[in-house]
Design a protein around this ligand. Sequence first.
Ligand SMILES: Cc1ncc(COP(=O)(O)O)c(C=O)c1O
Length: 385
Amino acid sequence: MGPTTRLVHGARRPDYNAGAVVPPIYQTSTFHWPADRSEASEKGRAYLYTRIENPTLELPAEIVRQLEGGEAARLFGSGMGAITACVLSLLKSGDEVVALEGLYGGTTDLLTDLLPRYGVRVREVGASEAREPEKVVSDATRLVVVESPTNPLLEVHDLARWSETADRVGAVLLVDNTFATPINQNPIALGADLVVHSATKYLGGHSDLLAGVVVGAERLVERVDAKGYFGASVDPFAAYLLGRGLKTLALRVARQNENGRRVAESVRDHPAVRRVHYPGWASAEEESIAARQMRGRSGMVSLSLRGGAATAERFLSRLRFVHVAASLGGVESLASVPGLTSHRHLPADELARRGIDAGLVRLSLGIEDTEDLVRDVTEALDAVR
Ligand SMILES: Cc1ncc(COP(=O)(O)O)c(C=O)c1O
C-alpha cells in the first residue's frame, strides 16, 4: 500500500452501523457500561468514557500510527497536550532533559519554565553544539527533545545520530515531526522512540481544528497519559475533522513541498532578502543530512528581510493570497513574524543570538497554484526593496 492508499483505506472498519462509508462521529462523553460485563463483550469492544477512549479517535490515531511506523498511537487535544503528556509521564525529579534551542516556543517554555520547578534539569543545545550530540548528552539524561527541520530557521539535524547518542545513555528520543510530516520524514525508522505532531498543522491541514498525536513503542505510548490523567483529550468532532483531513495529506504535502521549493528558489537572490532559510540550504552538511532523512523538504520557508521589523511589516501588508497569521500546514498559505508570535517570550538579545532577527518572516506555503504564490511573494518583496 502506498501512503495515499493507506491514508484513504488504512483504518477502514467493517463494523460500523448501517455500513456507512464514512463512519459516524461518536459525539458522546460516555457509553453504556452494563453491570453484566458478558453483555458488553457480546456486542464487541466496550468503551467507558471519552477522555480515555472513543471510537472516533481510533481512526486518525491508527492512520498516523501506520504512517509513522510505530506500534501504538494516541490522540491528544493539541500538540502541546501531547508534548506535556510525554514530558510529565517520562520524567522525575533528578532527571535531565536535553533539548534543541530551535524547538517550538511553547515546548521551550514548557521545558524551561515548568520542569525546573519539579527538580528536572534542562539543558538547551544551540545549533552548532547540536552537530555533536555525543558531547551534550550525559548519564543523567533521560529525555532528548529534537525537531528537524527546526522552527523558525529550518535547520536540519541528524536524527539517526541523535538516536544512537540517546540510546547509549538509555534516554528516550522524542522527535516533534510536525514540520516534516510523516510523508516527508519518519523519525522512528531513524531510531526515535517517540514521535509527536501538532496535528493542528499539516495532519489536519485545514486550519480548523486543534489536536496532537504521540506515536511509538507500545510500552512508551502506554506510559504517556494512558488513563487520560492530564485531561488533554481531543473532542470527537475535532478527531473526525482530523480523520477527514488526513485522507488528502499526501496530495497536500506533495503540492506544499513543490510550492515551498519554488518560492524559496525564486526569492533567493531578491535584493530585499538577506537570507532564505530552507531545509538543507544552511550548509553542505545539512543538505546531505536532509537528502538522507527527508523525502520532501516541506512547505516551510523563512525569509530574513533587509531593513528589519519595518520592512517585514510592509512586506506582510503587501501580500494578497498569503494570510498573515500564526500557525502553519494548512491549505492556505500563512506568513508570521516569529519574533512577534511563536518566540515573542524571548528578549531581543536572545532572539538576536539565536538568529531570529526582527526582519524574519516565516512562510507556510499552502496548496494554491504555484505561480500565484511565487507572484504574490515576489511582488510584495518588490514593493519593499
Ligand atoms: C512544531 C510544533 N510543535 C508543537 C506545536 C504545538 O501544537 P498545538 O498548537 O497543536 O498545541 C506547534 C504549534 O505551533 C508547533 O509548531
